[in-house]
Design a protein around this ligand. Structure first.
Ligand SMILES: Cc1cc2nc3c(=O)[nH]c(=O)nc-3n(C[C@H](O)[C@H](O)[C@H](O)COP(=O)(O)OP(=O)(O)OC[C@H]3O[C@@H](n4cnc5c(N)ncnc54)[C@H](O)[C@@H]3O)c2cc1C
Length: 427
C-alpha cells in the first residue's frame, strides 16, 4: 500500500499561519514571569484568533467542533505547537484536558458531554486524569483504588499520585477497580469526580525535575487521597469494566501528538545547536569545522528525520486502520521519539558549554522536561516489551534455523539437481 503524508495547499496555508503565530505571538511569552491571571488575559485574544481560524481543539471530530483533520494533519499541527509549552493551551489542545475531552467524546453519556466535555472544550473547566498510584504505574493491572456501588452512588477509596493538573482541576477522571473478582482488564472503570467532592484530598503538587519548586504557569503533578468519596453512579464513563479499553483509546492519538510535539522541541534545540556551531570559535576553528560537532549535526538530523517519518507513518496507519491495529507503530514512536528528543537537546547543551547549562537559554528547561518523556504514558521498557512481543508473534520456533546454510545447500542441490548434473557431466 502506498503511504501518503501529503497535505493539500489549503492545509499547508493553515500550517504556515500557525508557524508565524506560534513564533511571533506565543514564544515571546516564555521569557516573561506571569501569574495565571495575566497569562489568561494575554492569551484570551490569541485563543479567539485560533477559533476564528477554525483551529481550536482540532483533535476532536467535526460534530464536536474539531477539524476532523485525521492524525497525519494533527501530527503536523502538533509539531508546530510542540515548539513552545504554552502553544497547546492557546490552541485548545492542552494535556490532560485534550485527552479527557476525547475520552468523554468516546465514552461519555450525553449528560456527561453536556456537563463536563463541552465546558472543557470551551476552556471554562479544567480536568485531570487520575490513574497512577504510588504502588501501580507501569503495570496498571496492580491498581488498588476501589469504587464500590452503594445504592445509586459509587464510593471511592484510594491513593493516587502524578495526577497532572489535579490541584487546579474542576474534575478528575479516576481509574478505579469496580470488580475485583475478574481480570483487571475487565474489572477497572473510569469515574468522573468533581474536585470539590468531600473526601477528595489534594495533598500536594509533587516537586519534580521539571519544576522543583513548582512555581509558574505549568500544571503540577498532584498526590491525591480519595477517602470515602461519593459520586452518583451516572458519573461512570461508559460501562463498568470499560477502563482499560477507554485508556487505550485515549492514549493512542495522544502518543502521536506527543511524538510530534517532541519533534518541534527537537527542531528548536537543533537550530540552536547549528547556530552555535557556526558562531563559536575554539582551538583555531569554528565548532562547525570540528568532526565531532559535525557528527552531532549529521546524527541529530538523521534521527529527527527518522522519528518524523516514523511518527507520520504511525499517524497514517492509524488513519487507515485505527489505533488498535497500529500498536507496533504507536509503541515505537513513543520510545524512539523520547530518545531523539533527549539526545538532540543534550547535544545542543554540550555545544553551548556553560551557556547551555545556564538559565540564559531555554535548553536546560527543555532538557528537564524531556527526561519525563521516557517515563510518562508508560516507560520506554514497557513499550519496547510490547512492540517486541507483537513482532515475535509473527515467528514460529524451528529446530534448525531457516537460514542454516548446510540445510539450504542440501535443498538447493535437490532443486537444481538436473542442471548441476549437466554441469558435472560437461566438466
Ligand atoms: C511528568 C509526568 C506526568 C504524569 N502525568 C500523569 C497523569 O496525568 N495521570 C496519571 O495517572 N499518571 C501520570 N504520570 C504517571 C506515569 O504514567 C507513570 O509514571 C508511568 O506509567 C510509570 O509508572 P511508575 O512511575 O509507577 O513506574 P514503575 O511502575 O514503578 O516502573 C519503574 C520502572 O520500572 C521499569 N519497568 C516497569 N515495567 C517494566 C517491564 N515490563 N520491563 C522492564 N522494565 C520495566 C521501568 O524502567 C520503569 O521506569 C505522570 C508521570 C510523569 C513523570
Amino acid at each position: 500500500m502506498a503511504w501518503d503524508f501529503s497535505t493539500e495547499p489549503e492545509f499547508e496555508a493553515k500550517l504556515e499561519w500557525m508557524r508565524g503565530f506560534v513564533r511571533d505571538e506565543i514564544i515571546p511569552l516564555e521569557t516573561l514571569e506571569l501569574d495565571w491571571e495575566t497569562f489568561a488575559r494575554i492569551t484570551a485574544p490569541l485563543k479567539e484568533q485560533v477559533k476564528e481560524r477554525g483551529l481550536w481543539a482540532a483533535h476532536l471530530p467535526p460534530e464536536l467542533g474539531g477539524g476532523g483533520f485525521g492524525q497525519v494533519k494533527l501530527g503536523l499541527m502538533h509539531e508546530i505547537l510542540g515548539q513552545c509549552r504554552y502553544a497547546p493551551g492557546v490552541f485548545g489542545n492542552q494535556a490532560p484536558d485534550s485527552g479527557n475531552a476525547e475520552l468523554l467524546a468516546i465514552g461519555g453519556s450525553p449528560e456527561q458531554k453536556e456537563r463536563w466535555m463541552h465546558p472543557l472544550l470551551r476552556g471554562e473547566l479544567r480536568s485531570s486524569f487520575s490513574m497512577t498510584e504510588p504502588g501501580a504505574g507501569a503495570d496498571p493491572t496492580m491498581l488498588t483504588t476501589r469504587a464500590v456501588l452503594d445504592g445509586d452512588q459509587y464510593v471511592i477509596n484510594g491513593h493516587k499520585w502524578f495526577s497532572t493538573n489535579a490541584s487546579r482541576a474542576d474534575f478528575l477522571i479516576v481509574m478505579a477497580v469496580t470488580d475485583p473478582d475478574v481480570s483487571p482488564y475487565q474489572g477497572s472503570s473510569m469515574i468522573v469526580v468533581p474536585t470539590d467532592t468531600p473526601g477528595v484530598n489534594i495533598l500536594r503538587d509533587i516537586p519534580v525535575m521539571d519544576h522543583p519548586l513548582h512555581v509558574g504557569l505549568d500544571a503540577g503533578h498532584a498526590e491525591v487521597v480519595y477517602n470515602d468519596v461519593r459520586v452518583p453512579r451516572e458519573n461512570l464513563v461508559g460501562n463498568p469494566g470499560d477502563g482499560f479499553r477507554l485508556a487505550q483509546q485515549r492514549l493512542g492519538p495522544g502518543r502521536i501528538h506527543h511524538a510530534m510535539r517532541w519533534l518541534g522541541q527537537s527542531r528548536r534545540a537543533f537550530d540552536m545547536l547549528c547556530e552555535r556551531a557556526v558562531s563559536r570559535h575554539a582551538h583555531g576553528s569554528r565548532l562547525a569545522d570540528k568532526q565531532m560537532v559535525q557528527d552531532w549535526v549529521a546524527t541529530s538530523a538523521a534521527e529527527m528525520q527518522a522519528a518524523r517519518l516514523m511518527t507520520l507513518h504511525a499517524a497514517w496507519t492509524m488513519d487507515q486502520v485505527g489505533a488498535s491495529n497500529a500498536r507496533i507503530e504507536i509503541g515505537m514512536i513513543k520510545y524512539w521519539g523520547a530518545r531523539v528528543l533527549h539526545d538532540v537537546i543534550d547535544r545542543a547543551i554540550q555545544v553551548h558549554g556553560s551557556l547551555g547549562f545556564s538559565g540564559d537559554l531555554p535548553l536546560e528547561q527543555m532538557y528537564r522536561s524531556a527526561r519525563a518523556a521516557r517515563i510518562y504514558d508508560g516507560p520506554d521498557e514497557v513499550h519496547k516489551e510490547s512492540v517486541a512481543r507483537r513482532i515475535l508473534r509473527g515467528y514460529a520456533p524451528t529446530e534448525v534455523p531457516t537460514e542454516h546454510v548446510p540445510t539450504r545447500r542440501e535443498a538447493a542441490r535437490r532443486k537444481f539437481a538436473e542442471q548441476l548434473s549437466l554441469a558435472t557431466a560437461n566438466a
